[in-house]
Ligand binder design. Structure first.
Ligand code: TXA
Ligand code: MG
Length: 319
């Protein structure tokens, strides 16, 4: 059921149930981090492998000292600069943080979401919320309540409706190795923004075999329709008249007999707007029964890098 009833959300979560809820990045599948029952349900509903740990969502920056330990100075600087907001910090966990949300790791991933409804909900709870993106493992993340309902209608008692996600790309994940900051996942806060606060950052987000952030598997974020990412849409569509093709561009409209639908992500070529529209566009095209979706690379800077990262993973099986 889709609803804006925060009190209902509170009572389901207090009774160890799980719900869909909005954040500024994507919708999450939320449960009490201290409830093994709730967390198990999250893994089951999402069909997520148990080696892939969850992010704990906090109500405020002050809660960091109740869940993490040995916190580097740069982590505090980042939290102060970007929380509430789309930045996840991977920090050493305190002993009472259960292994079922960290997949047995000694670290826990933390963030304070910026969506007003998410914050209002967290403020009424006396526990943080474990929440992965509210989509089955390896599929496109949801950026509206309807996307969540389409995936999980009969498995969730409630999807809290907070409208369309403003950011549209997951949080950026930063951990620390020997006190040095390391980026594990590109996301809604750009590398440039982070480097402005703490200086140079090591980028380490490709590892497929023993991933530091296991969600960074190469095949991920995939629509059901065949998905190709390219620098040269025109030459791919040239000889495909008989096919029904969907295009994702930054700001161009391309017409061709094989092109069923072409969606520019931002007519002004604004990367923040394009990022906010990316997953919604992938969902939309995926429901049209197309033979193929072709997307063009975004400029490889700022949010363009995060978008290219997601689209590369979406197209991985077709390369
Ligand atoms: O924007 C977001 O971060 C959204 C919203 C709902 O907050 N959540 C999200 O969660 O994207 P999920 O589960 O789809 O991705 C979490 C990522 C995974 O790649 C996971 O491997 C990584 O965080 N992660 C969690 N705990 C970790 C840890 N202790 N060390 C390294 N990576 C961790
Ligand atoms: Mg996810």
């Amino acid at each position: 059921m889709i609803s804006k009833d925060i009190n209902l959300a509170v009572s389901i979560l207090q009774q160890e149930g799980i719900i869909g809820f909005p954040t500024e990045t994507v919708y999450g599948l939320a449960g009490n981090i201290f409830s093994e029952k709730a967390v198990k349900q999250i893994y089951e509903v999402k069909q997520r492998p148990m080696f892939n740990p969850l992010i704990a969502h906090l109500k405020g920056i002050e809660q960091i000292d109740t869940v993490a330990t040995q916190i580097p100075g740069k982590a505090y600087q980042l939290a102060e600069a970007f929380w509430p907001g789309p930045l996840t910090l991977v920090l050493e966990k305190q002993a009472h943080i259960p292994d079922w949300i960290t997949a047995g790791k000694s670290t826990v991933a933390l963030r304070v979401p910026a969506h007003p409804m998410a914050l209002a909900l967290l403020k009424q709870l006396d526990f943080p919320l474990a929440a992965p993106s509210a989509n089955p493992f390896r599929t496109v993340s949801p950026t509206s309540a309807v996307h969540v309902e389409n995936y999980f209608a009969d498995q969730l008692p409630l999807v809290l409706d907070g409208g369309e996600c403003q950011r549209g790309i997951e949080s950026t994940i930063i951990g620390f190795e020997n006190q040095q900051p390391v980026l594990y996942r590109h996301g809604s806060i750009t590398v440039e923004e982070i480097e402005t606060v703490i200086g140079p950052l090591l980028v380490k987000n490709q590892n497929n075999e023993a991933p530091e952030a296991p969600g960074m598997l190469l095949k991920h974020y995939s629509p059901a329709t065949k998905f190709i990412l390219t620098d040269d849409i025109e030459s791919i569509i040239e000889n495909r008249i008989e096919q029904k093709i969907g295009l994702i561009t930054l700001n161009r409209t391309i017409t061709h007999p094989a092109v069923n639908t072409c969606i520019p992500l931002s007519l002004q070529a604004n990367l923040a707007e394009a990022a906010a529209n990316l997953y919604a566009t992938m969902h939309q095209l995926d429901r049209l029964g197309l033979d193929l979706i072709i997307a063009e690379y975004m400029p490889d800077t700022g949010l363009g890098r995060s978008m290219n990262d997601r689209m590369k993973r979406a197209s991985y099986q077709y390369q």
